[in-house]
Ligand binder design. Sequence first.
Ligand code: ATP
Length: 376
Amino acid sequence: SVDDVGEETVTTVALKDVTKVFRDGTVAVDSINLDVNDGEFMVLLGPSGCGKSTVLRMVAGLEEPTTGAVMLNGELANDLPPRDRKIAMVFQDFALYPHMSVGDNIAFPLKLAGVEPAPRGERVTDVASALGIGDVLPRRPSQLSGGQRQRVAMGRAIVRRPGLFLMDEPLSNLDSGLRAELRAEISGLTRELGVTTMYVTHDQAEALTMADRVAIMRKGVLQDVGTPTQVYNRPATLYVAAFLGSPRMNLLEASVYVHLDRYVTLTLGDQALYLPWDDIRSRAVAHYHGERIVVGMRAEALTPVAPDSPGDVLHGRIRYLEHHGHESLAFLDIGATAIMVDEIGALPDGDTPTGQRGLRRFSQVMQRLTVRTSRE
Ligand code: ATP
């Protein structure tokens, strides 16, 4: 019966020291360790060529690891053929059968598995309505929009109720509005089905909005794994700090000095931040006493304040302002270096520059800006 088709056998994936070296010597994946939990939506994120697709292809069984183990549901799967893995895949260049109706396209995997027409039709109707394409089932793929075609491809992939869903840049051929709409739908649908998902993208907005956890790769090496909040706020490496977020995180060299009467100074260029001992930032840097470190500050964590504000403030000269519709960025010279400050809309003295003219006046009047750093 239909219930025997594609029972949810795969629920977890574990990569143990997985390396892939292609015949020409390219090390596409370099000793990766990664666990994907039952029902989790794991996004693999990284720039083009970093090895994301190769990881996915090894999980699917389309590539064999050079060394290391691919475990599916706790069992070694290195030699398991793709068809025995109960995995569904959707690619960027998904191909639908042009001569078949949408309904037949979605039903095709069930037909191959020998499911009877009646239960097959029922399952197709369910999947199509979950994807919002219930009304286009009789049409041909050529009569659909790009977004509808993508939904059909997803429907065809999930109709067998796979235990694991693999998606490689499934939205990259769509326009930005549709991408945003579909990414909410995809993560909603996989959560509803409770299916474990691995999703490849180079788009960090996509990764951060869809993922339960994000795995960030660079040149075959896994840099960081964590929830979107973790990797955004506490990046494991400088690479991740600089890679995630728009605008990019301010990364500044600083010297740490721990004072015996229990406060910490961070010297940035010719300025210093004074951090009280009970500030979590003091705790984070205290063991680097006497050393130079790199401090990361997000633009949105810097708030304009009055120039005579005490404590953890930085003074800078405004180099230029950049307007982004609902927010503006200020680029400041703070002595030896430059930083970006977000949301300068609300000024400390109550003067609120709105729109281009207000901001221009603001930059003329206030050539200098003082910002308070936040505890985040
Ligand atoms: P993209 O987002 O551009 O698809 P990716 O992060 O998915 O990139 P992969 O496709 O996994 O990257 O490729 C990783 C590296 O391995 C790249 O340097 C690529 O050129 C190389 N590579 C991929 N397939 C092969 C192959 N069959 N033979 C040799 N090198 C390969």
